[in-house]
Design a binder for this molecule. Structure first.
Ligand code: GLC
Length: 715
């Protein structure tokens, strides 16, 4: 009998259920209940894990209670939301996804893990892997955007970064793939709302990042709050037990979201808490986050014969195994013994990732980079001198005092410039502000840097917006500044694409600066001055108006594709169907064109490797790094296939005036689709391969090849 089984055999029912109970320590508030754990609850073995607590001393204090004053000395598991950094804050995930760079995604997770582990955290509730195609949903900020392949690559990189090669290593923490799944498809973009999508969409769009996380060995998974087709994810037998545990063979811990087990009563699938506990436990949920439902009602469910001891033992075994994999039985304090590591070794990485996350959306007349002989700049707007906002949502341990505002970054980078500043209006209030004073400064300037957008709390959880435009009176400010006639460079700080097509039409340049973390100001200044050539690309389509939502590159064909010249076609009568900026969009200061797409074959079979070559030509005198995307369109299949499916991408560095041939390779298997049983199958027939710098189909180079029926020989 191994150590875990021996321990399990020695445990009382209360001690077993205690391991399934996660309490909040309340150092941060991330949900509706904040009942701090009592020391006697821990002494009585009623708490197996704590969330929202970090710091070597604080975690050691609680750990001492558990390992020295409980009967079995089972160590506590300390958990927190380390989503985009811990003490060092990196750009929000939606921005970082725009790097299209798995190596960097892994590095930032690794750096965050080291800082978090040094403060006693053993598990993070990250990566957040919700595919999102609706900017009304505030949590779009937390995830990898709209594309399943991008989400899957992001998942793999983040799990590897957080967990490293050895979960028991001092700088590793357990990763939790969340929220399983499809919360991004919430009705009307409203947080926690029901999701009703086809099973095919579930498997094609929302599952791939979680499959990748499981394949990467993620230690835990968190079900989503929402229901899918009427079944709450927290008690979804088919998707948790049958799919995750049996089909994908996921043997890690499943941790409920905050009070989500109790919320099964609100979903209307449980008549009482004992039933809620039963549904969740039998579906495979091991830990009850904060709700206290397992603690209070599993004994009753056992007595009522709703669950049996095997169900409880299976959950406890997985929790104890997770603690063992983390090395907590061998050294409960290992995560708290390295306080010395709490300096900031990741600062340079944070600056680098912030620069690379910046997305240049528009640059008319090449007003950017700013001319070196500029002498008078007006920096206007409520996000100009707002350092704390640069942390973005879900920065638990971030330090606002470390943050560099956009204004401070510009002043540091342009000492020779007279930089006047006025907020104009508040970020989200309706108070009058002083637009006139702001416009006076503009009139004396050669260029205006307009810093507008959201505050950090306007995206993330419970931050859905029905009208995701510029908040408060910012549009009024922007219109007045534009009316001065001074050229305007608009910087959009936000956790989501904002509906600002009116601003894009009038500003000379527009830059998505998202929430870039500690060194936002330096990163923005490096890009605006040309010291750094922007390379960020959109991981999510940017709509013109909210009425276009959901809008994304991988849409399936309409029976009559949009055609402005054809009355009977899938178009709007009041708006173009194209987005303001497509998936993958992002300008640099260079001008790169792609030519001469060619391939090594025009027919292929299972097992073949497909290679595509394309020439990338830097027509400018500026060195650059470009991201080249390869999409596929399966022209005829057993079900309608998306017009563009991202299949791979490549990054290429080009010196001034340099041309390089870039290779993009695919396996034949990557062109499979899912059959009626959602099993991948390579169907014979023709595929278009489309290559370009973003998902604007009109700009893509195309070649066609054919999958041969199984067993046929190439002609
Ligand atoms: C929140 C979030 C989840 C987070 C958890 C703990 O409600 O939905 O993403 O990890 O609670 O803070």
């Amino acid at each position: 009998m191994n150590r875990i089984d021996k321990l399990l055999a020695s445990m009382t029912l209360d001690e077993k259920i205690g391991q399934l109970n996660m309490a909040t320590a309340g150092q941060a508030v991330t949900g509706p209940i904040v009942g701090a754990p009592t020391t006697e609850a821990i002494r009585d073995g009623k708490v197996g894990s704590l969330l929202n607590l970090f710091g070597s001393e604080a975690t050691a204090r609680y750990q001492k209670l558990a390992v020295e004053q409980t009967r079995l000395a089972i160590p506590l598991l300390f958990c927190a939301d380390v989503l985009h950094g811990h003490r060092t804050t990196f750009p929000i995930p939606l921005a970082e996804a725009g790097l299209f760079d798995p190596e960097t995604w892994e590095r930032t997770a690794r750096a965050a893990a080291a800082e978090a582990a040094a403060e006693g955290i053993a598990l993070t509730f990250a990566p957040m892997l919700d595919i999102a195609r609706d900017p009304r949903w505030g949590r779009i900020a937390e995830g990898p955007g709209e594309d399943p392949l991008l989400g899957a690559r992001f998942a793999t990189a983040k799990v590897r970064g957080f967990q490293g090669a050895n979960l028991a290593a001092p700088e590793s923490i357990a990763a939790t793939a969340k929220h399983f799944c499809a919360g991004g498809a919430a009705a009307a973009g409203r947080e926690y709302a029901a999701v009703d999508i086809s099973e095919r969409t579930l498997h094609e769009v929302y599952m791939p990042p979680f499959r990748a996380a499981v394949e990467a060995g993620c230690a835990a998974i968190m079900p989503a709050f929402n229901s899918v087709a009427g079944v709450p994810m927290t008690s979804h037998m088919r998707l948790l037990r049958d799919y995750l545990r049996r089909k994908l063979r996921f043997d890690g811990a499943i941790i409920s979201d905050y009070d989500a087990i109790a919320e099964l009563l609100i979903h209307g699938v449980a008549a009482d808490r004992a039933e809620a506990a039963t549904l969740a436990l039998k579906a495979g949920v091991d830990i009850d986050m904060v709700g206290g439902v397992y603690l209070a009602h599993l004994p009753e469910a056992l007595a009522r014969g709703l669950v049996d001891m095997d169900d409880i033992d299976a959950a406890v075994r997985r929790v104890l195994t997770l603690k063992q994999r983390l090395g907590l039985f061998d050294d409960p304090y290992r995560h708290a013994a390295s306080a010395a590591r709490q300096m900031h070794p990741a600062d340079e990485l944070s600056v680098d990732v912030a620069r690379r996350s910046i997305t240049l959306l528009a640059n008319h007349d090449n007003i950017l980079p700013l001319a070196g002989d500029l002498r008078r700049i007006a920096v206007i707007g409520p996000l100009a001198d707002a350092p704390a906002e640069m942390l973005g949502p879900w920065s638990l341990a971030g330090d606002p005092s470390r943050c560099v505002s956009i204004l401070r970054g510009l002043r540091a980078a342009l000492p020779q410039c007279e930089i006047a500043y006025a907020p104009g209006v508040s970020a989200k209030g309706e108070e009058a502000g002083d637009i006139a004073a702001a416009c006076t400064l503009c009139a004396q300037a050669e260029v205006v840097i307009l810093c507008v957008g959201e505050t950090a709390d306007m995206s993330g959880e419970a931050a859905s917006r029905a009208a995701p435009g510029l908040p408060g009176r910012q549009r009024e400010l922007a219109e007045a500044v534009l009316a001065t006639g001074v050229p305007v460079v608009a910087l959009i700080s936000s956790g989501r694409p904002l509906m600002v097509s009116w601003l894009a039409d009038k500003a000379r340049a527009m830059v998505a600066t998202w929430f870039l973390g500690d060194f936002a100001g330096h990163a923005v200044a490096d890009v605006l001055t040309g010291r750094f050539n922007p390379m960020g690309r959109l991981a999510v389509t940017w709509p013109r108006e909210v009425g276009q939502i959901p809008i994304y590159h991988a849409e399936k064909p309409a029976s009559r594709p949009a055609n402005p010249a054809e009355p009977f076609s899938s178009k709007y009568t009041d708006l173009p169907v194209e987005p303001l900026f497509p998936f993958g969009h992002g300008l640099s200061y260079a001008l790169v064109t792609l030519r001469n797409l060619r391939t090594n074959r025009h027919e292929f079979s299972r097992g073949d490797r497909l290679e595509f070559l394309i020439d990338a030509v830097n027509e400018s005198a500026i060195a650059t790094e470009e991201t080249i995307f390869l999409f596929a369109h399966d022209l005829v299949a057993s079900t309608a296939r998306p017009l563009l499916e991202l299949k791979t991408w490549a990054k290429v560095a080009l010196a001034a005036r340099q041309t390089k041939t870039v290779a993009l390779t695919l396996s034949a298997e990557s062109l499979r689709c899912l059959d009626d049983d959602f099993r991948p199958v390579l169907e014979p027939g023709e595929f278009d391969i489309l290559v370009g710098l973003n998902a604007d189909r009109r700009t893509l180079l195309t070649t066609r090849l054919r999958a041969l029926p199984h067993g046929a020989r190439e002609s």
